[in-house]
Ligand binder design. Structure first.
Ligand code: SF4
Length: 457
């Protein structure tokens, strides 16, 4: 940490702090690890992977030196398998299920997956070929893990696929929303290229509802898949939010991902509000931007925080402090309109509400002041309400309602996958589950269009 702070002299110097933090396996380490695998029959690691990657198969290919084959096995099952090798909570998924947990230590599946996909990236391998064109057109809104996975599967099946992406670069969360020291942008852009190489058209800087209408998509395409992810972090809803020194965690990470490093955090005291993975990303970014002290404030306890265990451990290693059962109440500024203090209140938990989570309530008279220069908001994200309304879809508080098997929305031509259906609907907020939903949505679209065609013959 000392070295980190000594280096913080300029934005250029800050850039060094954002290099990927975990080293990759070298060839010998990868071989040694691959040779430890038992290549289990009915392997539990495959079942534990939401995308069903044939893990013993890709590991065996590493052991035999067939790295392209290994990467193909990974990417076939998971179109964002290179990103997932870095961001999946593997100890809860494949590695958690590995039979070697009972004997020694699990196979480092994530690291092996990274080794094989990194080899493909370095060697610029194109792993897939588009299927023969079937004359049908599909529009996909959003190019994150769900949209990209749908596009890849539909491209392989011969569909003419067009993705509409509002940002300047495709890849969604993986390109813009996960800290670069865990997931460099190049990895995600390689996955985007694998899909574009199938002939999938990706219109970036194109916002549906503004540059192209939802009605046009519904009339011009055989099916539409809504995979737009989530929107911004909402306001905290407390006094003083107009002061300067307030950041949105998503924007902060996106700036770092685009190699724009603010010097505003150097030597500052930072409070991050929220305790999900985005809060951890916001807090660790603040550390690497040179903050003197970073605290995460959460109104519930460690037991209820939604960040993965490995993210939590990582944040602690980075020196991030945690304050449980504390909520912000008011921001206090100086004469220049900059935050100087935050009034906080202590909380206690009451029995669970309708969502099954313990309810935090304020403890009267427990207010106290905390000295802070910067506040980073990371209290969840809002929904793309306007977009959902433009398609006229039924939803539950901004969570699009879909059939749990076919991902069909209330509109017979519109499907939805990924974070737009996460929450009160189905699915889990993991990149890997979004990828699987994207695949399943593509198969459902294919099935429905085949049935429609048969009915017309
Ligand atoms: Fe290899 Fe572990 Fe999977 Fe068995 S469970 S195939 S040992 S990674």
């Amino acid at each position: 940490m000392e070295n980190l702070l000594q280096n913080l002299l300029s934005a250029e110097a800050l850039a060094k702090n954002f290099d990927e933090s975990r080293p990759s396996f070298n060839a010998q380490e990868a071989l040694d690890e691959a040779h430890r695998c038992l290549y289990c029959y009915d392997a539990p690691c495959i079942k534990a992977c939401p995308t069903g990657i044939n893990i013993p198969s890709f590991i065996k290919k590493i052991a035999s030196g067939n790295l392209k084959g290994s990467a193909t096995t990974i990417m076939e099952a998971n179109p964002v398998g290179a990103s997932c090798s870095r961001v999946c909570p593997t100890e809860e998924l494949c590695e958690g299920a590995c039979v070697l947990n009972h004997v020694t230590k699990p196979i480092m599946i994530g690291d092996l997956q990274r080794f094989a996909t990194d080899w493909s990236i370095k060697n610029e391998k194109v792993l897939f070929k588009a299927g023969e064109k079937n004359g049908k057109k599909i529009a996909i809104v959003g190019s994150g893990p769900a949209g990209l996975s749908s596009a890849r599967e539909l491209g392989l099946l011969g569909y003419d696929v067009t993705i509409f992406e509002s940002k300047a670069e495709a890849g969604g969360l993986d390109t813009h929303g996960i800290v670069p020291f865990r997931l460099p942008k190049d990895i995600s852009l390689w996955e985007v290229k694998q899909v574009a190489d199938l002939g999938v058209k990706i219109h970036t800087n194109t916002e549906v509802g503004k540059d192209v209408s939802a009605a046009d998509l519904m009339s011009d395409y055989d099916a539409v898949i809504l995979a737009a992810g989530m929107s911004k972090v909402p306001m905290l809803g407390i006094e003083g939010e107009e002061l300067s020194g307030i950041y949105d965690a998503i924007d902060l990470v996106e700036e770092a991902k685009n190699e724009r490093y603010t010097t505003a955090f150097i030597g500052k005291r930072v409070a991050v509000i929220g305790a999900g993975n985005t809060a951890i990303d916001g807090a660790t970014t603040a550390v690497r931007l040179g903050a003197e002290n970073v605290k995460i404030l959460y109104r519930r306890t460690e037991a209820e925080m939604s960040a993965y265990d490995f993210e939590y451990e990582f944040a602690k290693q980075e020196g991030v402090e945690f304050r449980w059962l504390v909520a912000p109440k008011r921001l206090i500024g100086d004469e220049n309109g900059r935050i100087r203090q935050m009034e906080c209140v202590r909380m206690k938990l009451q029995s669970a509400g309708s969502d099954g989570r313990a309810r935090p309530v304020q403890i009267e008279g427990s207010e106290f002041l905390m000295d802070v220069d910067i506040v980073v908001k990371a209290i969840g994200q809002t929904r793309h309400q306007q977009l959902i309304d433009a398609f006229g879809l039924e939803h539950h508080g901004g969570v699009v309602k879909v059939d749990s098997e076919t991902f069909l929305t209330s509109h017979p031509k519109v499907y939805a996958a990924g974070d737009v259906v996460f929450g009160k609907g189905i699915g889990e907020a993991m990149v890997v589950t979004a990828a699987q939903q994207g695949k399943e949505t593509a198969y459902a679209v294919h099935q429905q269009l085949k049935e429609t065609e048969t009915a017309h013959v």
